[in-house]
Design a protein around this ligand. Structure first.
Ligand SMILES: [Zn+2]
Length: 387
């Protein structure tokens, strides 16, 4: 038998969940660089008089930071230490656009579905498109709309009307491929049936405080977003699983969504489970296997779980059909996140695919095709976009 050698190196990638970023104004220190790579809300306290042992990891560095440092050192042609990588990065990123475009080209990222809801205030779309040189589609977040209208509206009735109209307007724009909710950061994913009266009772709470739990009201707003995505034949993105430190972790598993997703009313609604519910990836994989219009991506777990990416991919495909999973990074501060996302994914998925070929579960051609499906073909089909 010939040794399996599935390679995804020449395959383009569409990153279906990412955020825009801007050039850093000042060169990075090592501490800045580690901080910007972290999902932590409260940054690590790094003492000014820090003295590190030669082999000691930088405070707060985890596996993904170590992997990035070594891969970036190879790319930049320098010694694989954080110090050298940051120094070379600062030099090359002085022309930030050229640096960013080169990273995107190296990773063959040809398209991005960007969530401009983070960071706030939003980054200019044209500026970001020029920066990375890839095609950009937009996902429109519902929570900033709710927050804005809560100040402008005098009654709950007016709020509902204007909220729906705002979503409809956004969905008419051709570059907007869907809506997104981060309800997992506010009241959790256990969505109750649509109840306008219960939502209205929480209107005052929400008016007073944009971060109020206001669960029935948030559930109600999510239902409206689901309805409008259905009508527009666009995709509803729902954040699932871990995220930054503010997530309502006990209610962030995608399993909580199952009642809403199974509702007949939403049988035709395309739902995209952002982050594939990590760490509840097997639940997400099961959900996408039983519901024809529900999909998942691998963003955040890839690349931020580091060596865990390989395990996660092997686990997801225990249940998930191959046409239900899409590539993503959740890059949110620097282009290196988009870049390593692709590199690490390809490296890990090649390992997984080759192990399947080795066991004669499939041949190399099919294995490679599955790689292409995750990297861009599933996106093209689900989003009706062609590259
Ligand atoms: Zn994100």
């Amino acid at each position: 038998m010939t040794k399996p050698n599935v390679s995804l190196q020449s395959v383009q990638a569409v990153d279906v969940h990412t955020h825009p970023f801007m050039p850093n104004r000042e060169p990075f220190s090592q501490a800045d660089f580690v901080r910007i790579l972290s999902l932590a809300v409260i940054p690590n306290q790094i003492p000014n008089d820090l003295v590190l042992h030669k082999h000691q990891p930088f405070p707060g560095a985890n596996m993904w930071v170590e992997i990035l440092t070594r891969r970036l050192a190879a790319y930049l042609g320098c010694e694989p230490s954080l110090e050298a990588v940051v120094a070379h990065r600062n030099e090359r990123a002085a022309d930030f656009q050229a640096y960013t475009r080169a990273l995107f080209q190296d990773a063959q990222v040809t398209g991005l579905v960007a969530d401009f809801g983070y960071p706030q205030p939003p980054i200019d779309k044209q500026m970001f498109a020029d920066l990375c040189g890839a095609r950009i589609w937009e996902i429109y977040r519902i929570e900033p709309v709710m927050v804005r209208l809560r100040k402008e509206c005098h009654s709950f009735g007016e709020f509902c009307e204007r909220y729906r109209a705002d979503l409809q307007q956004a969905l008419k724009r051709p570059e907007v491929v869907g809506l997104k909710s981060i309800i997992a950061y506010r009241s959790g994913l256990e969505i109750m049936a649509k109840d306008e009266a219960a939502a209205g009772e929480l209107w005052e709470d929400f008016r007073q405080n944009e971060r109020a739990e206001a669960k029935a009201l948030r559930d109600y707003c999510l239902h409206i977003a689901m309805e409008e995505c259905t009508r527009a034949d666009k995709v509803m993105h729902i954040h699932t699983g871990v995220g930054d430190g503010e997530v309502v972790l006990p209610k962030a598993s995608p399993s909580f969504l199952i009642a809403m997703l199974r509702d007949k009313k939403y049988a035709d609604t395309k739902v995209h489970l952002v982050h594939g519910g990590y760490p509840w990836i097997e639940e997400a994989a099961f959900i996408v296997s039983i519901l024809p219009n529900v999909y998942m991506d691998i963003s955040l777990q890839n690349p931020f779980s580091g060596h865990g990416v390989k395990r996660a991919l092997a686990q997801i495909f225990e249940f998930a059909p191959f046409d239900k999973v899409m590539y993503g990074s959740d890059a949110f501060t620097v282009p290196e996140m988009n870049w390593l996302g692709v590199q690490l994914f390809k490296e890990c998925f090649e390992d997984v695919l080759n192990s399947w070929v080795e066991r004669d579960y499939m041949d190399s051609e099919k294995a490679r095709y599955i790689g292409e499906m995750v990297l861009y073909r599933n996106f093209e089909r689900v989003y009706h976009k062609h590259l």
